[in-house]
Each structure stands twice: as structure tokens, then as C-alpha cells.
Design a protein around this ligand. Structure first.
Ligand code: ATP
Length: 199
């Protein structure tokens, strides 16, 4: 099976684009969702995180307080590494298992932080969703009702547009309207079907 890695910065439109592929019956595996599954109560990764970061990263119900943990490791490179060492090997295993169960010509593996974490070995091609930074900020602020400062802080900590685009085999230019996205996704879908059949 052809595995297309989909990435893009915060608010670039990854979900908007992957939803359109899903409408074409393309299976979508999202590493963010896998990470959430892996930290459900009772999962070994949650126990390891609690050992490493203390029980104050749990909420009253014993679930991982992702916001608190994110805040905690945001400015702490060592802590981030520790967290990645707990989660990334497990995400890889789970992603491979899920992909092994699929029967479609190709699938999308959504890896938001592909440029930062280098999970490139899991995928055959890279599809980057690209948008101007001002547009990313505007969309995130509207969607999350968050302030510009918070959105900009996350954006600045991520890989740059150029770093992501350097990895791209294909690019979705998400600077237009939804109809424009529909056209781009339809063309990419045909391209990936052809590439999958040529393998
Ligand atoms: P995150 O990195 O935060 O997970 P994302 O990359 O998945 O975000 P989306 O959630 O798909 O981005 O898009 C961010 C917001 O911008 C959403 O509210 C979405 O509806 C809106 N949006 C995306 N693309 C467009 C577009 N072309 N025109 C108008 N709004 C858009």
C-alpha cells in the first residue's frame, strides 16, 4: 500500500484536507489521535508519563491533562525529549498495525510534526498543507477563540514553512476557498491512485 504522510503547521488546514480525502474513501490514520489513545487511563504510556512528570499532569479523574503537560514541556527541551521517548516508539508500532489492516490502494498518515520529529521512515511520500502564516494565525484564532500571542507562540516553535516544504512531494496550497481545496484534493486523489496502481 502507498502511504502518504500529511503534514502542515498549526491551522494550515490538515483536518480540512484530510476530511476531503476521507470523503473519497481514503483511510486516514492520525498520529495525534493515536497519541491520545496511548495515554488513556490504564495504558502503560500514561504510567510512564506519570512517573516522569509527576501526578500533577493528571486531572481529578485520573486522565492526562494534555494542556498542562504541553505547557510543562513547551519550554523544556529535555522534558519534550523524555515525552517523545515514551510516545513515539508506541505511535510507530500502532500506526504500522493500523496500516497493516487496511486494504485500500493508499492511505493518509497524518503526522502534524513530521518536520520536527522525522517519522519519515513510516511513509512513502509527503503531502504538505501550506498556508501563509497570517492566514494560519487568523484561522486558529477564529477556530479556538484564542489570542494572537498564544497562536503565534505555537507557530514560532514549529518548523518553518520552508523546512516543511523542503520535505514535500506534493503541496496543497490552502490560501484560497474551500472549492479551491476540493479541486486540489480531487487531482491529488487521482495522482495517488495512479501512483499506487503503478507500484
Ligand atoms: P491544527 O494544527 O490546529 O490541528 P489543522 O491544520 O488541522 O489545525 P484545520 O482545523 O483543518 O487546521 O483548519 C483550521 C481552521 O481554519 C478551521 O476552522 C477550518 O475550518 C479553517 N479553514 C481551513 N482551510 C480554510 C479555507 N481554505 N478557508 C477558510 N477557512 C479554512
Amino acid at each position: 500500500m502507498l502511504i502518504v504522510g500529511l503534514t502542515g503547521g498549526i491551522g494550515s488546514g490538515k483536518t480540512t484536507v484530510s476530511d476531503r480525502f476521507a470523503h473519497c474513501n481514503v483511510p486516514i490514520i492520525d498520529t495525534d489521535l493515536l497519541a491520545r489513545e496511548l495515554v488513556e487511563p490504564g495504558q502503560p504510556a500514561l504510567a510512564e508519563i506519570t512517573t516522569a512528570f509527576g501526578s500533577d499532569c493528571l486531572d481529578e479523574a485520573g486522565r492526562l491533562d494534555r494542556t498542562r503537560l504541553r505547557e510543562r514541556v513547551f519550554a523544556d527541551a529535555e522534558g519534550r525529549k523524555r515525552l517523545e521517548a515514551i510516545l513515539h516508539p508506541r505511535i510507530r508500532i500502532l500506526a504500522r498495525q493500523r496500516i497493516a489492516n487496511l486494504t485500500s490502494p493508499y492511505c493518509l498518515l497524518v503526522i502534524p510534526l513530521l518536520a520536527e520529529t522525522g517519522m519519515t521512515d513510516l511513509i512513502d511520500r509527503v503531502l504538505v498543507v501550506d498556508a501563509p502564516e497570517a492566514e494560519q494565525l487568523r484561522r486558529v484564532m477564529v477556530r479556538d477563540r484564542s489570542g494572537e500571542e498564544q497562536a503565534r507562540r505555537i507557530l514560532t516553535a514549529q518548523a518553518s514553512r520552508e523546512q516543511r516544504l523542503a520535505l514535500a512531494n506534493e503541496v496543497v496550497e490552502n490560501s484560497g476557498d474551500f472549492a479551491d481545496l476540493d479541486r486540489q484534493v480531487a487531482a491529488l486523489h487521482q495522482r495517488y491512485l495512479a501512483l499506487a496502481h503503478a507500484r
